[in-house]
Design a protein around this ligand. Sequence first.
Ligand code: HEC
Length: 206
Amino acid sequence: MSHSGEQQTIHSYDGIQEYDNPLPGWWKWLFVGTFVFSIFYGMYFHTGAEKQRSVYTVYDEAVAANLRLQFSEIGELQPDNATLMKYVDDKRWLKVGESVYKQHCVSCHGPEAGGLVGPNLCDNYWKNVKTIDDIAKILENGAGNGAMPAWKTRLHPNELVLVACYIASLRGSTPGKARAPEGNEIGPWTLTAVAAEEATPVSEAK
Ligand code: HEC
């Protein structure tokens, strides 16, 4: 850049002087513009028209959409004994159950399901559960007068079944922090005869 003919500023520090080269007007206004924009965008982003447009919401929506895509592979799972017994050992689909658990259940049942506000879900003692499908029923309808929320309308039916399977699969694990046993001791999860007869092939749909 040539400085010939340009003015110098009037100050001089220890003999060091500088040319008077102000930023162009458009540049300054662009800067002011970004600032003004940020105020409105901030308001829009946090409280704006499409409510809750936070990164988390967008992420959750993307995950849910992805899940639904995967679910097309297994059809709609029924919250019955046979279906639960089938998926309780299915490592791949239990991952989906685990992610539902991490997202919605940790706050009350603890990161390893040893219990916090809600009971320990890893031991042999249960308050509302006798058979594996009771877990799905509790999830659908809640328990303890709402202390355990109902999830029927808040989870995809498959998420509900798979998180029930995940819980069932934790039985016998030893969480670091565990609440004392509550309720009655029950036997191992079994395929009940009635359920075996009634078993609908919905979950087999390919
Ligand atoms: C707001 C706290 C809270 C959240 C969130 C919560 N639970 Fe619970 N849960 C409870 C309480 C409290 C109970 C005990 C209800 C009772 O006393 O009968 C319970 C009971 C249960 C039971 C029955 C336990 C038994 O011994 O009969 C299961 C299974 C269960 N929860 C699973 C889950 C799963 C899976 C999730 C996540 C989808 C979840 N809970 C989320 C508080 C919660």
